[in-house]
Design a protein around this ligand. Structure first.
Ligand SMILES: [Zn+2]
Length: 94
């Protein structure tokens, strides 16, 4: 696969070294411009590493690492939304 020669473009080239959208810009006689993202919201790639000892401890409880990862991501989302995790834990009814 040859990558598109257009600015900031990661799509494969299909004609004249350009992807479909950049080829369309070229055919329209316009200066090549970066393409808008396909969706409105930006995508954030997030890597979460569950420490080995935590994964081993969770395994003894029968909790898979994927669940631990989802929990860590949820905790991170709460933190970024300003939710105080310790306060939330203390206010939980027992
Ligand atoms: Zn392109």
């Amino acid at each position: 696969m040859t990558p598109c020669a257009g600015p900031l473009c990661t799509r494969p080239a299909v004609a004249h070294g350009l992807c479909q959208s950049h080829r369309r810009q070229e055919l329209a006689g316009k200066a090549l411009r970066p393409l808008r993202p396909r969706t409105g919201a930006p995508t954030v790639a997030l890597g979460v590493r569950v420490p080995q000892e935590v994964a081993r401890w969770l395994a003894t409880l029968g909790v898979p690492t994927t669940a631990a990862r989802a929990l860590l991501v949820a905790a991170w989302e709460w933190e970024t939304k300003g939710v105080n995790l310790q306060a939330a834990a203390w206010s939980r009814p027992r």
